[in-house]
Each structure stands twice: as C-alpha cells, then as structure tokens.
Design a protein around this ligand. Sequence first.
Ligand code: UN1
Length: 503
Amino acid sequence: MPTSVTELMASLGVAPQVLQGGDLATVSPIDGQLLAQVHSTPLNQVAHAAVRAHGAFLRWRLVPAPQRGELVRLLGEELRAHKQQLGQLATLEVGKVSSEGLGEVQEMIDICDFAVGLSRQLCGSTMASERPGHRMMETWHPLGAVGVITAFNFPVAVWAWNAALALVCGNAVVWKPSEKAPLCALAVQALFERACVRFGQPALSRDLNQLVLGHADVGQALVDHPKVALVSATGSTRMGRAVGQAVAARFGRSLLELGGNNAIVVAPSADLDMAVRAVAFAAAGTAGQRCTTARRLIVHADVYGDLVARLKKAYASFRIGAPTEPGTLLGPLIDQAAFEAMQQALVLARQQGGVVTGGERVLQAQYPQAFYVSAALVEMPAQTEVVCHETFAPILYILSYQTLAQAIALNNDVPQGLSSSIFTNDLREAESFLSAAGSDCGISNVNIGTSGAEIGGAFGGEKETGGGRESGSDAWRAYMRRATNTINYSSALPLAQGVRFDI
Ligand code: UN1
C-alpha cells in the first residue's frame, strides 16, 4: 500500500507535477501537514468549462441512454479496482476513519450500479387523451450542463450521486469540489478518464466531466453561467441560499442539499442497547461532520436517566486518534475554524442552561496543528437558540419529553428538515412519527439512526435543507427535462375542452 501522498495519487493516475507549485494548499486534518499545492482554476476558465460542457452535452444527448450507462458501468469498475486507494485518500485529505473512507467509495460504486440499471429505465407515462384518435405521453430528455458543488465531508460520494445520474441522463458535468478536498476530486477525475479510455472515447473525459478547483469565487462563476442548466449544491444553508437565489434569478434550476439538524426520538418502549449504539454512530461518527449527523436527542422522561447514563459510558470509551489507526472511532475535525465553531456553540449552550460532558480538545501535544475533540453530550433544559443551529461538530443536545406529540413538535421546531428517527417498539408511535402529522423531514427512520442512508432512496430534506432530492428513487428526474406530447392519429382536429374554432 502506498504511503506518501504522491505515491497514493500516482496509484490513482494523478501525475506528481499536478500536486506542486499551485496556489491552493491542501492540508491533512490528521496532523496539519501540507499534502499538496494544486492550481486553482482561473475564473475565465470556469466559463470555458461551462461552454465546453454544454458542447459535450449536445453530442452526449444523442448517445442512447444504455450506452451512456456503459460509461458509468466502466466508472464503477474503476472505483471497485481502486477502492482501497481512494478510501485511503479520503482518510488522508478529510480525516475519515478508514472504514468510513472505504464506505464512501462503496457508496460511489452503489450509485454507479443504480445508474447503469436506470439507463434502461428513464421512463415516462402515457395518459388517456379526452379526444378520440389521440394519445398523450411524456418523454424525458437530457437537460444540459450540470454544475455540481460538493462539500469537504463527502469529498467523492456526493459527486458520484450527481454525476452518475447526470451522465446516464445525457448531461455533462462541471464539478467544483470543496477547496479543502481537491486531491480526492483530482483522483476521481483520473478514474473517470480511465473509464472514458476504456469506453473507447478518451476525448470525452475532457468535456463530459470537468473539474474546476478553487474557493467560493470559482463556485460563483459556475453558478452564474447561463450555460449551466442545473446547479446541484451540497453544503451550508448560507451557501445554498446564495446559490439558489443566483440560479433562480436567471431561471436556472437548482438542487439544494443543505444543513441538517437531525433528531433521534427515544420512546419508553425502545430497545435501549440498540438506541445507544445507533445514537453513538449517528452523533459522533465522522466526528459529527455529516449533514445527517444526529444533533438532537429527544428522550422520554421515563428512560432519560438510564439512556443518558449509558451514553456517557459509551462516549467515554470512544477511541479518538489518527483515522488511519485501526480501532479509531473519532478522527479529527476538518480544521481550526471547525474547532472554534464547536467551542463557541458549547459556550452558548452553557449560557442557555446546558450541562456539557466532553467537547474538549484532545491529543494537542501529539498533533499541535490538528484538532481532535472528545464528542460532547449537552443536556439542555429546552430547545434554545443554539440547539436550532447546525454546528458541524460532534455535539449532541439532549432534551426530554412526556408525550409523543411533544417529541414530534420538538423534532419539527427547527429551521432544517433533513433526517429524523424514532426508537420505539410501539407500532402506533412508529407509524405516527412517519405519518403526515409526524416528522417533517425528508428522511424519517424507525429503529435506526439519522445518518448512513443507502443510495436507493431519494436523499434530501425540507425547509432550510433546501428541498432537493439526490441519489435513488426518482431523483433522476431533476437531471432531465420533461416534454408532454399529444399525438393525433385521427383525420379530425377536435379541440380540447370542447372549444370550437371552425373556419
Ligand atoms: C452528507 O453528509 O452530505 O446518509 C451526505 C449519510 C450518507 C451521506 C451523507 N450516506 O449519512
């Protein structure tokens, strides 16, 4: 297994000279060491990329969808063959523990498989026409160039959710990854290029999926470009609000997957052993840096004492350290700003009546330039302002409830609406939580946590989460345009609604 970042990147097909001399420094959150200095994309090149992607779309849309699926199948094969290396790179660049780095690549493979099947199932409906000798149907056509903006915390999988679907749907992609994870993006692009070579069209990779690297100005140039038909953006609500408004102003389409403030409800009938394990992974896994991370625990008063005691014990046992070490459960936060935001939230939580366990910086002597923390449990007297805010760190606010109606009201009474779950063995409670009057989130689960969704379902949420749906189910429709077709196979010309216009 390669050790240095240069070797690792070479094993993924990225040449060493790409990693040097650029203006965009990438640092490993494991120890704060510089990994590479890559070149950010000049702003005029971003416009170029959008125009080239549009040109590629004009050609790619004519390729039959199952053949487009073949390119994605080959991409899936490259990902299978390089799963170890790409997972290792995610660990190095964003600090995911090894199994989560590998899991993220698996998520890419899964969506490729899904998209290959989908390439033969881009189905429209047929409707009954009110007119004799007429038929109505809808067809789904490729949309155009798709801008994909991704966050540091899922540096490869979120691109794959978008790109695999966009490509089988006949679109071209311009990808703006997080400025904190350009190496993962370069590696994925190299694997995509290999797939294009095996597809027999090496030139495709230059246009069909293009990378633009850099800070927010690069993303802004992409968002504003009139040739970008759809912008799919994952990240903070602040970013999504700016993207959504800019794209709407030019009547483009956006697909937003923004902040979450996900709650787990634990009812009196819950299997508490299971709940403890699920809460631990959902709240502290990935060092609290998933959009689906559980940030609130809403516990029935009857089991509150027992559950919180068990959680404190579990939290005390977490192994915190370098994500490369076997057995580590909590890797580092992405950077100092994330650490400071976490500390600030804990100060506010105390001011608002919270009792905090954990949340301190650890391993500072060993890693002075990295930010490891113990996961925090914060018992809150009420759902105060700080609890309503998403802090991207392992902080779990704990609240207590008496009736299921109260628990559902607490679950819904935040600005975000991504994921939610209930632990209960009471069928009535479970179904009420999933019902129209239950959780208002895009994802609602029973007896599993809020994070770690499979690719087969539509992924996304309501309210400030942005309303977009990516990944499985019928999320592909966002990447296509729908045309309604009415065909007259009679020799008369009746008008709809009985209108007469006789000449
Ligand atoms: C994200 O954090 O942006 O459900 C995506 C999950 C993962 C995806 C998270 N499958 O936690």
